[in-house]
Design a protein around this ligand. Structure first.
Ligand code: PMP
Ligand code: G9A
Length: 405
């Protein structure tokens, strides 16, 4: 059978995700994994969850085990709208769409907005899962470099103008403004306001993907881009994956009602509705006040992990390594000057039983060869130090080999 003839043209632009493929490899317990953005499993509130499940079944069993509306269960949509209001987002439950993970949200956005050949704007670097979701819709990417304050908005405006001159109107800008995946950086309020101004002026949609802002270890909270949106152009996404459980596959989007309607239709054919039982569980967890306590607990758990990773970079990586200390989230982004290709080096790292995600995976323009993304939430404190020591040795060896050539 000639499978190639049968596959759609779309499959040619689809790519395996380094994160997903490595997850299989790093399930080997001997490998210290800084690869996937996994929460620490010891953070999961397993005992409390047992009681919550029983309560949900007792109180809402007949609804919780039934199909639900595609938009999501009203009580959860309500709770999420109330939480968003506290962050300055003007939303009611009608502005909330529950999705089966933010990853599904990204795919639905692709379905609703993207035609083959469309152009979208992303950061250099950008979350790989978003790139892969959008790639399936056969789009062109325009990349905007990040600095220590996230996407460089002056360059963003220049790029939009340049594209317009060529007759190209990009559909949307995708960004992760807080504790960016992979770079860990945060966009200050002034840049957030500029993004909205640029979107208003050039008629663009903004996709604000925000899984990490609640995981802040220090510094002041910065309001989401969505809170500055007065024309209904910003679509906000967040998820329970990093603040409670990725196994739940539960997330949400906030947007204007006409957009929510279109996105809902886009989602209908994907899964009919998001897991109803889990929606009730998450809502019960919020209403009991347990979610906020849980978030406080994981912040306390992850801060020292971040510190150990940063100290280990100083101790075991070359002294000219560039790595800004992330103030939250789950990732450190390290760039090693010199003749290093982190993709090529990966095989050596695996031989030493340590894994990371190589930088190029996050770039649409071939950049990032000297960088690597290091997750610090998943490993135990002791293993972080040990893994970084192994990685330091691999880098040292690579640099020596290159110098000898
Ligand atoms: N967006 C970003 C920026 C992410 O980091 C992730 C998960 N790593 C997702 C979306 C997908 O999250 P979910 O588990 O909700 O599908
Ligand atoms: O396991 C996944 O695919 C979710 C994690 C994303 C990431 O590592 O960025």
């Amino acid at each position: 059978m000639n499978l190639e003839r049968l596959f759609s043209g779309r499959t040619k632009t689809m790519r395996p995700s380094e994160i997903r493929e490595l997850l299989k490899l790093t399930q080997n317990p001997e490998i210290i994994s800084f690869a996937g953005g996994l929460p620490n499993p010891s953070s999961f509130p397993i005992d409390e969850m047992q009681n919550v499940c029983i309560d949900v079944l007792k109180k809402h069993g007949k609804l919780a085990l039934q199909y639900g509306p595609t938009e999501g269960m009203r009580p959860l949509r309500n709770s999420l709208a109330n939480r968003a209001k506290k962050e300055g987002i003007d939303a009611s439950s009608d502005n909330v769409l529950i999705t089966s993970g933010s990853q599904q949200g990204l795919d639905v956005l692709g379905r609703v907005f993207l035609d083959p050949g469309d152009t979208i704007i992303v950061g250099l670097p950008t979350y790989l899962g978003a790139l892969n979701a959008f790639r399936a819709y056969e789009v062109n990417f325009a990349g905007i470099p990040l600095d220590k304050d996230g996407m460089q908005v002056d360059l963003l405006e220049e790029k939009v103008k340049e594209l317009n001159k060529k007759g190209v109107t990009p559909k949307f800008i995708y960004l992760v403004p807080t504790f960016q995946n992979p770079a860990g950086v945060v966009m200050p309020e002034s840049r957030r306001r500029r993004v909205v101004d640029i979107a208003n002026e050039y008629d663009l949609i903004v996709i604000e993907d925000d899984p990490y802002s609640k995981l802040r270890f220090e510094g002041d909270h910065i309001k989401p881009i969505k809170s500055f949106d007065d024309e209904g152009r910003v679509i906000y996404l967040s998820t329970f994956s990093k603040i409670l459980s990725p196994g739940f596959r539960l997330a949400w989007m906030i947007a204007s009602e006409p957009l929510i309607r279109k996105l809902t239709i886009g989602k209908q054919a994907l899964d009919l509705c998001t897991n109803t039982f889990v929606q009730f569980i998450a809502n019960e967890f919020i209403e009991k006040g347990s979610l906020d306590l849980h978030i406080m607990k994981i912040i306390e758990m992850y801060r020292p992990k971040r510190d150990i990773m940063m100290e280990s970079i100083k101790k075991y990586f070359p002294s000219d390594t560039v790595c800004h200390k992330p103030k939250g989230g789950m990732f450190a982004w390290a760039t090693i000057p010199g003749p290093i290709d982190t993709e090529e080096m990966f095989l050596d790292a695996i031989k030493e039983k340590v894994a990371y995600i190589h930088g190029k995976a996050f770039y649409v323009d071939g950049g990032g060869a000297n960088s690597m993304r290091l997750n610090f939430s998943y490993s135990s404190n002791q293993t972080i130090e040990e893994g970084m020591k192994r990685l330091g040795k691999v880098i040292e060896r690579k640099l020596k080999e290159a110098a000898a050539q």
